[in-house]
Write a protein that binds this ligand. Structure first.
Ligand SMILES: [Zn+2]
Length: 84
């Protein structure tokens, strides 16, 4: 069992696999992720800031998907931005 901290609501939860969001927030996560994927399909060379502007999420969140290995860096050009 892993003890995880949800990145959305910062609730502590346990799961069998390492996870970044709790069950309640997971669907939120999937929604954002789908939107990012769709956006990148349309505008391939976007950076994190452009994505966050277009979708109304923070660039920090976009970079988190990258860190989690859910976004492929070769599919879009991402810029490292300063820590918030
Ligand atoms: Zn949560």
């Amino acid at each position: 069992m892993y003890t995880n901290l949800c990145k959305h609501c910062h609730k502590q939860f346990k799961s069998r696999f390492k996870a970044y969001s709790c069950n309640e927030c997971r669907s939120k996560d999937e929604d954002y992720f789908d939107e990012i994927e769709a956006y990148l399909k349309e505008y391939p060379n976007s950076n994190a800031l452009q994505i966050s502007d277009a979708l109304g999420i923070t660039a920090y969140q976009v970079l988190n998907y990258l860190k989690e290995g859910r976004l492929n860096i070769s599919r879009g050009r991402f810029e490292r931005i300063g820590d918030e």
